[in-house]
Design a protein around this ligand. Structure first.
Ligand code: BES
Ligand code: ZN
Length: 395
């Protein structure tokens, strides 16, 4: 007998936004899920437990990461104002009283000899933060202060641990220092406190095996780590929650499909796509040869407009299919080209058709305000239904 499966079981009826929202509440209850830290690990255990409840085959793959904790920084002009610095991610600790020396944009030729033993003041732009910092260190600087090129301060990562501490200040603070330097030498007291240690993160992989004898694989991914300043309710507990609800619906409620479905919660995305890069590196033959597509859900439950796109490195078939489906479901969406800012990037780089779903605009992105009360459960449900429907039909 030939089994035929219904083209569209009623995924929209089965998929429950409030069920997904419960996962956001659980994931945010552990505190900021910083890569390699205890809250990220607790979140990993929670996700694995949910996948086991849905009777997926669950694998946890560990990989090394550098754990980083920001304990705060102060920067005071001696006999002057206290400024408001942010620590750049992966900055080492240090406490100094020293002079500020203007080092332009931080190119090697900008770092004059008088920066030796002193603190380099560098403008944001043109070079990576890590490069600016290491250039200043090579010239003998003991720390760097990077000022913004637009009003206000910013948060950023060095991507790698640097030799000397690095902090950022607002354009206003930077201008104040530059104005003072025009008339006199400026001595400051700088204190940067951080923790850096070797740790591990992990990807959690839940598999539903396809019925084909040698099935292709369709991936649904989201990252469960967050930045340190907030709970990452939208970035990206929302994507993980929608992925878990998709796994629940597709594991128990609908007929098996030909293709193998892999639901992956990636660790350490915020520190530089470490989880997804680790997965693709470790399973490169599988991803290249069997990868039918990859759906990445990152920040899908705050804002008015759904963006649907890929980097344009692989076939656009999955983007087109998802866009058509969104239109058919009366979802308001716009196309976009997401660059390499998410876990789709390593998959697309090896040629897998990718679709990235991302809802705009989230005013609380990477802030302490990214909390569960900002989540729109209806948006969470609709975008999750879209991803689940596409996954089911594409498989
Ligand atoms: N969810 C964001 C990525 C994002 C934000 C994509 C806005 C599209 C629009 C992600 O968690 C993130 O912040 N990624 C880092 C990049 C990564 C390589 C460190 C980023 O964009 O700064
Ligand atoms: Zn994200």
């Amino acid at each position: 007998m030939v089994l035929t499966r219904p083209k569209s079981p009623d995924i929209q009826a089965l998929y429950q936004g409030p069920e997904a929202f419960k996962h956001i509440e659980a994931l945010t209850s552990f505190g900021p899920r910083v890569a390699g830290g205890p809250a990220e690990k607790a979140a990993a255990d929670y996700i694995a437990g949910q996948m086991e409840n849905y009777e997926l085959i669950v694998e946890i793959e560990q990989f090394p990461v550098t754990y980083f904790e920001d304990l705060g920084a102060t920067l005071e002009i001696i006999d002057g104002a206290a400024l408001s610095p942010n620590i750049l991610h992966f900055s080492p600790s240090g406490e100094f009283t020293a002079e500020i020396v203007n080092c332009g944009l931080g190119f090697p030729e900008d770092c004059t000899p008088d920066v030796a033993g002193n603190i380099a003041l560098i403008q944001r732009g043109e070079l990576l933060f890590w490069q600016k910092t290491q250039n200043a260190a090579a010239a003998g600087a003991i720390a760097v202060v990077i000022y913004n090129s637009e009003p206000g301060n910013f948060m950023a990562t060095l991507t790698f641990v640097t030799d000397i501490p690095a902090i950022s200040v607002s354009l206003e603070n930077g201008t104040l220092l530059l104005d003072l330097l025009e008339i006199t030498s400026v001595t400051v007291h700088l204190n940067v406190e951080t923790v850096i240690s070797e740790s591990t993160s992990q990807n959690i992989i839940g598999t539903l095996e396809g019925t084909d004898p040698d099935p292709s694989i369709l991936y649904l991914g989201a990252h469960y780590d967050s930045v340190s300043v907030g709970l990452g309710a939208n970035d990206d507990a929302s994507g993980v929650a929608a992925m878990l609800e998709a796994a629940r619906v597709l594991s128990t409620k609908v007929q098996q499909v030909k293709t193998t479905l892999k639901f992956i919660a990636f660790g350490a995305e915020e520190t530089g796509l470490e989880g997804s890069e680790n997965y693709v590196m470790k399973h490169e033959a599988e991803v290249r040869n069997k990868g039918l597509g990859m759906i990445n859900l990152d920040m899908i439950a705050v804002g008015e407009t759904l963006l649907i796109g890929s980097m344009g490195l692989a076939e656009s078939s999955l983007v087109n299919y998802t866009s058509d489906k969104a239109a058919a479901m009366d979802i308001y969406w716009q196309p976009f080209a997401p660059e390499a800012r998410g876990d789709h990037a390593p998959f697309e780089t090896v040629g897998v058709p990718v679709v990235f779903l991302y809802q705009i605009h989230d005013p609380w992105y990477h802030t302490a305000e990214d909390t569960p009360d900002k989540i729109d459960i209806v948006t969470l449900e609709i975008n999750g239904e879209l991803a689940t429907t596409v996954m089911y039909e594409w498989a």
